[in-house]
Design a protein. Structure first.
Length: 202
């Protein structure tokens, strides 16, 4: 059983290509999240459960509340239980990294190509690349099960290899690429070229 809990729609980046463009939104209460987990466990009590803590940016939920939620799940889910999370990496701290390691999370970090090519998609024209990479490196020091996803646009598609090489350097468990939709999307030829090249490298 795979279940995703959207803890908050809020995000500190506000990427224009994201399916969730909200930058501020009420978070789900811990009480509500725990009730949902308990109900999932009741209905699917004999099935292994992977619980995805999702957003928005899930680390905006706060480590204390995440810890409370995970503790409740471990006490109430009687079948096999695993946790995962996708984060933009910019909110990672040593405390958060240690918590994710202690609870054996699989963590996927979103890292787009370098600065100048991601600015048009960020709130206020800023870039997240250097902060995301810093967070990814910190996370990798603590958490063994880490993956990375890169979102490519027409402007940055030529730089996908810089992210692939970073994933290779850090010996990440998984590396994924996605493509911006709409006018900023890479051409079909660029799509095919990137996927063909990565297939050969893997």
């Amino acid at each position: 059983m795979l279940a995703a809990l959207v803890l908050t729609d809020a995000c500190n980046l506000g990427c224009s290509y994201c399916y969730n463009a909200c930058n501020s939104s009420p978070s789900m209460s811990v009480e509500s999240a725990c009730k949902i987990i308990s109900e999932i466990s009741r209905v699917h009590k004999d099935e292994p459960l992977e619980l995805i803590l999702h957003g928005g940016e899930p680390l905006l939920y706060g480590v204390d509340r995440l810890r409370e939620l995970v503790s409740h799940a471990r006490k109430n889910v009687k079948s096999s239980l695993t946790f995962s999370m996708t984060t933009n990496g910019t909110m990672l701290t040593q405390e958060a990294a240690r918590f994710l390691a202690e609870e054996r999370f699989y963590v996927r970090v979103s890292v787009d190509p370098p600065e100048e090519n991601t600015r048009p998609f960020r709130l206020g024209g800023t870039s997240s690349h250097s902060r995301a990479v810093e967070g990814l490196r910190m996370l990798r020091e603590h958490v063994p099960s880490v993956g990375m996803v890169t979102t490519l646009s027409r402007e940055n598609v030529s730089q996908y290899l810089s992210c692939y090489e970073l994933a290779k350097e850090l010996e990440l468990k998984q590396y994924e690429v996605g493509f911006v939709k709409g006018p900023a999307s890479p051409s079909s030829q660029q799509h095919a070229s990137v996927l063909s090249d990565l297939a050969q490298r893997f």
